[in-house]
Design a protein around this ligand. Structure first.
Ligand SMILES: C[S@@+](CC[C@H](N)C(=O)[O-])C[C@H]1O[C@@H](n2cnc3c(N)ncnc32)[C@H](O)[C@@H]1O
Length: 524
């Protein structure tokens, strides 16, 4: 049975929209792209130009005209299910003999229901079960409706047990998650509890030790903080910052939905839109719980212009305008706290010579630097889909559009560069899984490819760097092979380079995502 045909039997609501979006994620779309497709919010930037993805987007069942609440519920469910996927699947394996033998839409609707039972405290369990059973009946008939009912009732009978990490260590089903890899049952149980693939857990454990690995797993499982960057050059920037930096008063943070379009149209990056989606989900969750508003949450300052908000506390409006309107007016950008902090911690805001951003993407880091007065003089990227967003982004923010062109950093468009070079490298993204939960689905094999790409970029760009100038290397991953070792290797092969500064998010940092950066200087 074609799943698109069968899905037409479902009415559109938050849960069925989430089911459609998760099927698109199965097909290779990011969570953000899938949500945009289903909720009919075009992704202005960041959507891959990949034709396979485009065809899925075109064929996706859309849920137009959903209420704000349903759109927000859909967003929460998609991000929540992806963030907790391994745990949800494990639990389904406890209450069903062979869940992987079920049709994929059935597996997903059950996972959505398990997520509801485990994590959506204020949605009555009977409503979650009823809806899943009705969906199963509409799609597959009475037989699978009974299966859904039986499985979810069994899960309910487990009570609070699945909320305890210890529950996952001793279970017989735990071993099949090992896939031949090592790891004790206890560690494997924690990976399942925090929904981290064993290969990532093991990578962290061998690189950073048991305690740090656990902390990183826990952080990746938690809802991410949301962040924004106020445009230092905007006439209302200072006033806006003052208002947003104050403790959030009662009722200022509230659930809003349907913002994906606003975020992308206004030039937000893919990462930032993802963050925004997550933020929406956070707000909805908090609203369901009737908390997270008006309890005096104070955002954390990131440098002079950035602000990070605990889940559920980003306000909806400031100075009489919705934040979407400030975004459209170029007074702020969505940018993760880690991205802003990396630039500041590495001292790139103090660069005075012309900067070439060799992996500029949509220009998130370049525009931040320009707002802070750094002369960005060239932006290149290998992806047209990403780079094409840069001019609009600059114009919206009132910044000059720097010269920009499509270019592979390994085959650079210039033979020499008189200033500094920024390499915000493509990486495995293991530091940002809270915000980009679908990264969990990637296979470990892609790491080796990335490492070669990163090393080649660094080698080629280091050759171009002039004496006395700096090359900054940034990743959003926690993997020594992509971080410290990549830098060490470059230093080993280039005796004319010295390391000036190196920075990495602390493993126990309570909310900042995992970022790494190093600044290398050419002697002379
Ligand atoms: C982490 S993202 C950069 C994000 C961007 N700096 C920002 O702040 O919005 C990495 C970028 O590297 C680009 N990229 C991947 N391989 C590349 C290559 N060989 N040459 C140049 N850019 C590449 C990707 O298209 C992506 O935009």
């Amino acid at each position: 049975m074609s799943r698109n045909i069968s899905l037409r039997k479902l009415s559109c609501n938050g849960r069925t929209a989430a089911l459609r979006a998760l099927l698109l994620v199965d097909d290779g779309l990011s969570a953000q792209q899938a949500l945009a497709s289903v909720l009919d919010a075009p992704v202005a930037h960041g959507a891959s130009g990949n034709s396979r993805e485009k065809s899925h987007t075109a064929n996706a069942g859309r849920c137009q005209g959903l209420s704000a609440q349903d759109r927000a519920l859909c967003t929460e469910l998609v991000y929540g299910c992806l963030r907790t996927e391994l745990r949800l699947n494990f639990l389904l394996g406890r209450v069903l003999p062979r869940p992987q033998g079920l049709p994929r839409p059935m597996q997903i609707l059950l996972a959505l229901a398990v997520y509801g039972l485990l994590f959506q405290d204020k949605v009555p369990s009977h409503a979650v079960v009823y809806e899943a059973v009705e969906q199963a009946r509409a799609l597959f008939g009475q037989g699978l409706a009974r299966v859904a009912n039986g499985a979810l009732r069994s899960l309910q009978r487990m009570g609070e047990e699945p909320a305890q990490p210890s529950f996952y260590a001793g279970q017989s089903g735990v071993k099949k998650y090992r896939h031949g890899a090592g790891g004790t049952d206890s560690f494997l149980g924690k990976c399942i509890f925090y929904s981290i693939p064993l290969w990532i857990g093991e990578l962290w454990r061998s690189a950073y030790g048991d305690e740090a690995a656990l902390r990183l797993m826990q952080r990746s499982f938690e809802r991410p903080w949301a962040a924004l960057r106020i445009n230092a050059r905007h006439t209302d920037g200072a006033a806006l910052h003052a208002v947003l930096a104050a403790p959030q008063a009662e009722g200022r943070a509230s659930a809003i939905a349907g913002l994906s379009g606003a975020a992308t149209e206004s030039g937000a990056t893919e990462q930032d839109s993802l963050q925004y989606h997550t933020d929406i989900a956070d707000r909805v969750d908090k609203n369901e719980n009737n908390e997270g508003q008006g309890n005096g949450h104070k955002p954390v300052a990131i440098g002079q212009w950035g602000l990070a908000f605990a889940p559920g506390t980003m306000p909806r409006e400031a100075l009489g305008l919705d934040l979407r309107q400030w975004l459209a007016r170029g007074a702020l950008s969505w940018q993760s706290a880690g991205s802003q902090q990396a630039l500041l911690a590495l001292g790139l805001d103090r660069w005075h010579e012309p900067v070439w951003d060799a992996c500029a993407g949509h220009g998130g880091k370049s525009t931040a630097l320009m707002e802070w007065g750094v002369p960005v003089s060239l932006c290149t990227d290998r992806s047209f889909a990403r780079l094409r967003g840069l001019p609009t982004q600059c114009t919206t923010l009132g910044l000059p559009v720097p010269p920009h062109c499509l270019a592979d950093a390994i085959r650079p468009p210039v033979g020499q560069w008189p200033g500094h070079i920024l390499v915000d490298a493509p990486c495995s993204g293991l530091g940002v899984m809270g915000r980009r939960p679908d990264i969990r689905r990637r296979e470990p094999q892609h790491l080796a490819e990335l490492e070669v790409l990163q090393q080649n970029m660094l080698r080629v760009l280091a050759d171009i760097l002039q004496p006395g100038r700096e090359l900054a290397y940034i990743t959003c991953t926690l993997n020594p092979a992509e971080n410290e070792r990549a830098v060490d290797q470059l230093l080993e092969n280039n005796s004319d380079l010295t390391i000036e500064r190196q920075w990495q998010t602390g493993h126990s940092h309570p909310w900042l995502e995992g970022m790494f950066g190093a600044v290398l200087r050419k002697k002379g």
